[in-house]
Ligand binder design. Sequence first.
Ligand SMILES: [Zn+2]
Length: 251
Amino acid sequence: MRSNNLCNQGVCVVLHDVAPATWDMYRDFVRDVDEIGQVPLTLLVVPNYHHQGQFSGFPDFCQAMERRQSRGDELVLHGYYHQDDLPLPWLFPKDIFMRRVFTHEGEFYPLTESMARERLERGLEQFDRLGWPVAGFVAPAWLMGYGARKALAGMPLRYTSDPGGLLLLPHFEKIQAPTLVWSSGSAWRRRVSRYWNEHRRQQHRESPLLRLGLHPVDMHHPDAMQYWLETLEKLLESRMPVTKSNWLELS
Ligand SMILES: [Zn+2]
């Protein structure tokens, strides 16, 4: 790793959907990143992933998260269930598309303000109980409805994010930070992902902060894993590795 602390560009490695059920999938990738050097990760942790139980009930997972925090990783609140479990009310085509075609995981898209507040509070309580600091929230699939945005503005959090950048709370002021992300579900999607992400990496080479957004499904595919590791090493030649909160502290 040839990064130096004086460079004014950053790269943020963000692992999505971190939970007891998924953490093991990231094991090899995290080990390989640790071997590159001191690269702090931003871990998007789901409090009760797909209703499989609160993470605080999984001691091995909690110990793993504590070890990661002591290495400098940042934990971020990522939804509550990570599942859009509300019924579709009336048939608005846009809602059907967003909630059933685009994704089934957009938990915070249909919530009212009070429902969103309740889930945010329950999520933050779990972190609090374990003494884990949280400064950020990321909505599953980056989807937030009006109710979620209103609720989020009243939370003791510093930022949220969307695909284009970090949004400072409570006013959602944007700090540009483009994201590279793969769609790893099929071979043709992975081929397109490689091409598309390389294009975006070039397009945003002057951007102060670039984010790499990884998902558990990427870890099943050697081509995706290899892309992420090679891309990270390339970026570290000119960019400083940071968590999202590190970057806000530096800005
Ligand atoms: Zn997610």
